[in-house]
Design a protein around this ligand. Structure first.
Ligand SMILES: Nc1nc2c(c(=O)[nH]1)N[C@@H](CN(C=O)c1ccc(C(=O)N[C@@H](CCC(=O)O)C(=O)O)cc1)CN2
Length: 278
């Protein structure tokens, strides 16, 4: 029976170290400051942003959420970002995704100064990550890396990533490659997905399809990281059949309480990093 990786507890313990760093910064007169732009009325986005506000308050980061309904134009959002880029007292800028259809996500992300891009989505930060340079890392992939490192060494491990999104799939593979793991990417056009996933020492699933990965698709002893967040009959479930897979895996993340809490914690980490740059 697999160990259940307790993301909530690991995130809470990481936040304690962040609290100490924030106290030290405040003692030097530096108050880490984060602004979040939230557009539209998607209940999940509102809930994630409330989680970010709570985490910031807990750690001692000064955060402000600026809410708009979805009639705001792309130009107004870009102008707001320009004014935030110019604010020397502000360390982190984040635009909650997804955005309404009339606003181009890439244009918005690229307008944020790479130095304040606490989501780690700007092409400059993505490029630095690819080169293995120190930079602001995307929060969910960074959180996954942290969780897996609590379980195993990564050198030479075969990591199979299912999913190729900009914010999770693609970057998480790159982070593990930088740690000298062997990485295979799978996606909706992959032929015989099970044959690929069965090769994984570490299986990361980030697709958004409930029950996609079953126990027959997992090598005995593998570490399984479930990034999916799906609502089924009012219940939150991941992409992995948790009850079946926990019989064969050596460790597994639950949904909720696995990767999710680490995403918000790594956002706090990035905000503290920027504030520490002085
Ligand atoms: N600008 C960004 N937008 C989005 C990101 C992101 O990193 N930056 N990621 C996701 C949403 N997200 C954070 O923004 C996020 C998703 C899930 C969780 C989380 O804690 N999930 C809980 C369950 C929560 C629930 O009950 O619904 C868990 O898994 O335990 C936190 C943050 C897309 N947008």
């Amino acid at each position: 029976m697999a160990v259940v990786i307790d993301g909530k507890q690991i995130a809470a313990s990481y936040r304690e170290t962040l609290k100490k760093r924030v106290s030290a910064l405040r003692a030097r007169g530096i108050v880490p400051k984060l602004k979040v732009i939230l557009i539209g009325d998607d209940p999940a986005s509102h809930s994630y942003v409330r989680g970010k506000e709570r985490a910031a308050a807990d750690i001692g980061i000064d955060s402000q959420v600026i809410r708009f309904d979805d009639t705001i134009s792309e130009r107004e959002v870009l102008e707001l970002i320009d004014s935030m880029n110019a604010d020397d007292a502000l360390h982190g800028i984040l635009v909650q995704l997804p955005l309404p259809k009339h606003i181009d996500e890439n244009r918005v992300i690229m307008r944020i100064s790479p130095d304040k891009d606490v989501d780690g989505f700007h092409p400059t930060n993505v490029g630095k990550m690819m080169l293995g340079l120190e930079t602001l890392l995307p929060c969910t992939p960074h959180g996954i890396l942290h969780l897996v490192k609590t379980q195993t060494d990564l050198v030479g491990k075969h990591v199979v990533v299912v999913g190729r999104s900009q914010i999770v799939g693609k970057p998480v593979g790159m982070l593990f490659l930088n740690e000298s793991a062997t990485v295979t990417y799978c996606h909706s056009k992959t032929v015989d997905l099970g044959a690929m996933t069965r090769q994984a020492d570490i299986l990361i699933v980030a697709v958004g399809r409930a029950g996609l990965v079953t126990k027959e698709m997992v090598k005995p002893g593998a570490i399984v990281i479930d990034v999916g967040v799906n609502r089924v009959d009012g219940r939150l479930v991941g992409d992995v059949d948790f009850e079946g897979v926990r019989d064969v895996a050596s460790a597994i993340t639950p949904v909720p309480g696995g990767v999710g809490p680490m995403t918000i914690t790594m956002l706090m980490h990035n905000t503290v990093e920027v504030a520490s740059r002085g």
